[in-house]
Design a protein around this ligand. Structure first.
Ligand SMILES: [Zn+2]
Length: 225
């Protein structure tokens, strides 16, 4: 059963208080309906019972996929790198060793993590690949950097993965596909430079900032040789 909480929410439009039921923990294998609601974003729809105003209401949700062995914890605007939560781990049937645990600060990153893990990919290597490709895309468009992008395609048969980036001030979507060799190379970089992070306990934030750090250390080591 999904875990729920009743919360009082003040309507942005009329100021009246509405009680809403929030689903705070979802099991991908058991709560199929909830999973659909979550991935479509409908789970975060808020409707005021007084005036009918509808809007989005993001709140912390823990997503647990025991079959693919990962957990993603959406905590809006979280800025910590690591969160240890013994209570959550205690709840997880079958133990949490070999379970990848991540925290993400926003809904798009949340969807991306789920996609990456469902594809059977390693999110550390995907982040490194994305950073390298985003630098190439920035160069192509003559921009200082292109920061916002997501893994949007993975096809082992054609040996490619694709990233959608949001480019420039207008945030035009631009899709860049790459051969999986680059992902393989990124994997090797993480094995060498992120070995310590792989052993860390708790929920980790594996994002652009993290991959900038790893890639920096990789480049330093290349310069020193
Ligand atoms: Zn209202």
């Amino acid at each position: 059963m999904p875990k729920t909480e009743i919360k009082k929410v003040v309507c942005l439009k009329c100021g009246k208080t509405t009680e809403v039921k929030l689903s705070t923990s979802i099991n991908a294998a058991e709560d199929l309906n909830m999973r659909r609601e979550l991935l479509s974003g409908r789970l975060f729809s808020f409707k005021c019972s007084a005036c009918g105003y509808t809007g989005k209401l993001f709140y912390p949700v823990l997503y647990n996929d025991p079959k693919n062995k990962f957990m993603v914890y959406l905590i809006p605007d979280v800025d910590r790198f690591q969160i240890a939560d013994k209570d959550i781990e205690k709840d997880f049937d079958g133990g949490v060793d070999n379970v990848r645990k991540r925290i993400v600060p926003d809904f798009n990153s949340f969807l991306e993590k789920i996609y990456i893990f469902e594809c059977g990919l390693d999110d550390m290597a995907v982040e490194i690949t994305k950073l390298a490709i985003s630098n190439a895309v920035a160069k192509k468009f003559d921009l200082e950097k292109v920061e916002d992008g997501y893994l949007s395609m993975y096809d082992r048969e054609s040996n490619t993965m694709g990233f959608t980036f949001f480019v420039g001030e207008d945030r035009e979507p631009y899709i860049q596909s790459v051969r999986l060799e680059i992902y393989g190379k990124s994997m090797k970089i993480t094995e060498e430079f992120a070995a310590k992070d792989r052993k860390l306990k708790g929920f980790l934030k594996i994002d652009r900032e993290w991959s900038e750090n790893i890639l920096y250390r990789y480049k330093q080591s290349k310069n020193n040789n």
